[in-house]
Design a binder for this molecule. Structure first.
Ligand code: MZP
Length: 505
């Protein structure tokens, strides 16, 4: 006979936190939001930590290189989507890695005989206004000059004249040599009042560029996550089909963390693939997986599959219709609490701590806070980031509001049949969808939305008397709420001016 769990499947919206004792030291400035991503043994540090407990979903409409750069700068991590060719995904990873704290590989490079018109076309493609000029037009060619928008007027100068006529030639350029430290490079920029410093090899070839703008960004983003070579950190989604080719390409491109992107990870495919990665790379690669919604699923992946972290959540995603289509899934709060309990017992028994990621279905800031209080080490979100200016989709105007398209990886649009392999029947043909295609309002930049969310998180942690996320989980006392108490929690019995459409919550 089928087994029926005694407890109802619950969602985050059904819980509230009770405040704990707030002491004088409990102020937002003192709160640490560090979160481990890689599994670790009791008493040893995690091999990879986030500075804020937030990652973006491995989805076409969410995580490209722009999202990855923005999120790493804030202290989080993006998982660049894997529903694309290995080459394209590796190129996106390499682009993020090009942001070496200060030293950037030029992506806007031109030949001296190319015209201003050609330069404008390249600039439009890359979105950058400074171009290095090299003898062969590549970013590893001999450096001959630099051209920025200060060197010509698009609507006054003859756009058919060559770049060489307008550029600042090598003789007049302040540059550095390979080996120069970032501090020295920034000092040169400061002293000579320059915006960009080319760094050249001994034989005069272009190595990299250092921008004043990046120095300012760095000073404004003290939480940014860098690898050992001072390059921004980036994650990548992987699947259980082409991992033997995809993983080596992503690792070579510099991916710091990998995560299996699967709607149901409790499978032999995922365990086998995870063990293959461990055998090939040992502890050098941080790899997580999922998704699971039960203690059994957690043990299978964390213990038998030796994964570094486990994602929890099936069917809760904003674009997900898995529960309707197949009748599988579980309320996100119940799933999370069961897995956290299993993880804590496993840690107690073995001394190995496996971080938990709560993935999908977080409808507002409060639910992010509740998920972390319940013991998620970090949260993964799609919709939240799809709404920002850094998601890879174009803005569209509907009525008098600006939106961006957002679609599930299991939708016809994404055609991510590797994530939902069985549904594809292996023949690449869609039998039924598990995700939908829709629009979300545009809300601002990653740093703007995270600024608000994290301010609320820090404030709640202070209310509970917690200065770190593990302490937040230990101190958390939650209560189930009735429908009436939810109503009581909103504004009630007053008249309010109309709320603006598209407000985030
Ligand atoms: P959300 O933040 O938009 O609510 O949910 C994002 C999560 O939904 C992703 O991280 C992934 O686990 C899941 N997802 C992505 N595509 C689908 C689908 O097409 C899906 N069903 O469920």
């Amino acid at each position: 006979m089928a087994r029926i769990l005694p407890d109802v499947s619950r969602t985050f919206a059904e819980y509230l936190l009770l405040p704990g004792l707030t002491r004088r030291e409990h102020i937002p400035r003192n709160v640490s939001l560090k979160a481990p991503v890689a599994a670790f043994q009791r008493g040893t540090p995690s091999r990879f930590e986030l500075n804020i407990p937030v990652v973006s979903a491995s989805m076409q409409a969410v995580s490209g290189s722009e999202m990855a750069t923005a999120l790493a700068r804030q202290g989080g991590l993006a998982f660049v989507f894997c529903s694309q060719s290995i080459e394209n995904q590796a190129a996106m990873i390499a682009k993020v890695k090009g942001h070496k704290a200060g030293f950037v590989r030029s992506d806007t490079t031109i030949h001296p005989t190319s015209t201003l018109r050609e330069l404008l076309a390249i600039r439009r493609r890359t979105g950058h206004s400074t171009a290095a000029v090299t003898d062969d037009g590549t970013n590893a060619g001999k450096f001959v000059g630099i051209i920025t928008d200060k060197d010509f007027w698009e609507f006054e100068d003859n756009l058919d004249t060559p770049v060489s006529e307008h550029m600042t030639p090598l003789e007049k350029v302040i540059f550095g040599r390979v080996g120069i430290s970032l501090t020295e490079a920034n000092r040169l920029l400061h002293r000579h009042k320059k915006e960009c410093l080319p760094v050249l090899e001994d034989d005069g070839r272009l190595n990299s560029l250092v921008f004043k703008k990046d120095y300012i960004d760095h000073m404004n983003n003290p939480d940014e996550i860098l690898d050992g070579d001072k390059r921004l950190a980036v994650g990548a989604g992987i699947n259980t089909h082409d991992y033997k080719e995809r993983v080596p390409a992503l690792v070579a491109a510099g991916a710091d963390v990998l995560a299996f992107d699967s709607s149901d990870g409790y499978s032999e495919y995922q365990k086998e693939a995870a063990l293959w990665i461990r055998e090939e790379y040992g502890d050098k690669v941080v790899v997580g997986g999922g998704n699971v919604v039960s203690a059994e699923g957690f043990h299978y992946l964390a213990e038998e599959g030796q994964l570094d972290f486990v994602k929890v959540g099936i069917g809760g995603g904003s674009i997900c219709i898995t529960r309707e289509q197949k009748g599988i899934g579980r309320g996100q709060a119940s799933a999370l609490m069961d897995v956290v309990k299993a993880r804590d017992a496993y840690y107690e028994r073995t001394g190995r701590y496996v971080p938990i990621c709560s993935d999908g279905g977080l409808a507002n800031d409060t639910q992010i806070i509740i998920a972390l209080a319940m013991g998620a080490d970090f949260v993964m979100m799609g919709r939240y980031f799809a709404m920002t200016s850094e998601s890879p989709t174009p803005k569209v105007s509907i009525g008098n509001r600006i939106y961006k398209p957002y679609w599930g990886e299991g939708s016809n649009r994404a055609r991510n049949w590797q994530r939902y392999a069985e549904e594809g029947g292996g023949d690449g043909k869609l039998k039924f969808e598990e995700g939908v295609d829709g629009y979300v309002p545009v809300v601002g930049s990653v740093s703007e939305v995270l600024g608000v969310t994290l301010a609320k998180l820090r404030a709640t942690m202070c209310n509970l008397g917690a200065l770190s996320l593990p302490q937040f989980n230990r101190e958390a006392v939650l209560t189930l709420v009735s429908e009436q108490s939810i109503e009581e929690g909103g504004t009630n019995n007053i008249i309010r001016p109309e709320t603006k459409l598209g407000d985030r919550e």
